[in-house]
Design a binder for this molecule. Structure first.
Ligand SMILES: Cc1ncc(COP(=O)(O)O)c(C=O)c1O
Length: 401
């Protein structure tokens, strides 16, 4: 698909400051500088698919916003989406709806493991994976990813050792922040190791739809000979830029696991059904495919522009080229700054609000995560700011450019 036909909708600037947007309106608190260009928390500055907005407006015209249930059509929209986009046939009874993927991780840990039991995570990784383990008093086990030739892979040898007594693995697929879309053979190797060691895997597949055209996402459970020990978390939230509506799904083929997770949600009286989230969820899955295809063309071009810019103008920052997600993992180690200096450089010299790599674990030291879910001219301006700031500090420190 050509770029020109899709760029108009994604090039549009939409004012988000002043809308109680976390990304924009929390800048001062997070960065100590309200002027940074916000390229941090994982939502996008693009309008959601028009079909979703129209459906929400239509729902709002019915002036009663009472207690709400999950209609059959909602489940069907998810089942159809997974079948069409991911070639995965799930059963209606496997689905548990919940108010978000992070709460689902914690609920599943609480429901299926005991305090003190070992849970593996693979850093650098989305930081709530750590707190989901530690705040529930489970034991955190680390299986760091390996960076080889600018590409991250799973260290299966270390995983085998660290997982000897583990109960569970929190898996991120596609992976935030390193952008890997795991290959079929990596996923098969993982499911074999998990079944041999009797681990339960929570496969967080919230980024499953955000995969660049040359890659393919495979739901982990769809590849397993026996998916009974794999719980998948999925949502339209990242895909269609509706994360503020808070509705996600767990796919749980195992009946006993399902009962335990449902019991946990019942115990804390959480019901995710809200008249707006159900409308957005269903409409996005039913009518959002074209918008998503266009989005991925746009994001791919932005990713490639960043890559070219860095090679030409800022070779000291290396892009770990993502296969999926709108999050870029930037290797800034050649800037020769410690993590505090790196934060200071981006926030106060370049005035860009990125997520510091150390947030994702020690292995993220020297890296920064950049969210490119914004009109491309913002990203190009951000890169220019970084280049100018870098030149300024080089001049200040007396180095010739
Ligand atoms: C891997 C991963 N899981 C979960 C979430 C957040 O999910 P939710 O907002 O549904 O809790 C994010 C957001 O960035 C994420 O990257």
């Amino acid at each position: 698909m050509g770029e020109s036909c899709v760029s108009i909708q994604f090039d549009r600037d939409i004012q988000r400051a002043g809308t109680s947007s976390t990304k924009f309106d929390e800048r001062l608190g997070i960065f100590g500088n309200a002027n940074v260009m916000p390229l941090w928390v994982a939502d996008m500055d693009f309008a959601a698919p028009a079909e979703v907005t129209h459906a929400l407006i239509e729902r709002a015209t019915h002036p009663i916003y009472g207690y709400t249930l999950f209609p059959d059509s909602l489940y069907e929209s998810l089942i159809d989406w997974l079948k069409l986009r991911h070639h995965w046939q799930v059963e209606r009874e496997w689905i548990i709806l919940s108010p978000g993927v992070v709460p689902s991780l914690t609920a599943t840990i609480m429901a299926l493991t005991q305090p003190g039991e070992q849970i593996i995570v693979q850093p650098p990784v989305y930081f709530p994976f750590f707190s989901a383990v530690t705040k529930t008093d489970r034991q955190l086990m680390l299986n760091p990813l390996r960076l080889v030739n600018e590409r991250y892979t799973i260290d299966f040898d270390q995983l085998e050792q660290v997982g000897e007594n583990a109960r569970m693995l929190l898996f991120c697929s596609p992976h935030n922040p390193v952008g890997r879309v795991w290959s079929k053979s990596e996923l098969e190797q993982l499911t074999e190791m998990a079944s041999k060691n009797n681990w339960v895997i929570i496969s967080d597949e919230i980024h499953a739809d955000l995969v660049y055209p040359e890659n393919q996402h495979h739901p982990l459970a769809s590849l397993a000979e026996n998916p009974e020990n794999i719980i998948t978390t999925i949502a339209p939230s990242k895909t269609f830029n509706i994360p503020g509506l808070h509705l996600s799904a767990l796919i749980v083929p195992n009946k006993i696991h399902r009962a335990a997770i449902t019991h946990f949600f019942d115990m804390i009286h959480v019901s995710a059904a809200n008249p707006f989230s159900i409308v957005a969820f269903e409409t996005a899955y039913r009518e959002g495919a074209k918008w998503l295809d266009e989005l991925m063309v746009y994001l791919k071009n932005t990713r490639d522009h960043v890559s070219a810019y860095l090679s030409e103008h800022l070779p000291c920052i290396q892009l770990i080229k993502p296969e999926g997600t709108y999050l870029l993992w930037l290797d800034c180690r050649a800037l020769n700054m410690n993590d505090n200096q790196l934060k200071h450089f981006f926030v106060h010299e370049a005035e860009i609000g990125l997520s510091p790599g150390v947030l994702f674990g020690k292995k993220g030291s020297g890296f920064m995560r950049m969210n490119i879910g914004t009109p491309r001219h913002n990203i190009m301006a951000a890169l220019e700011n970084i280049r100018k700031a870098y030149n300024r500090i080089k001049i200040r420190s007396g180095k010739i450019l």
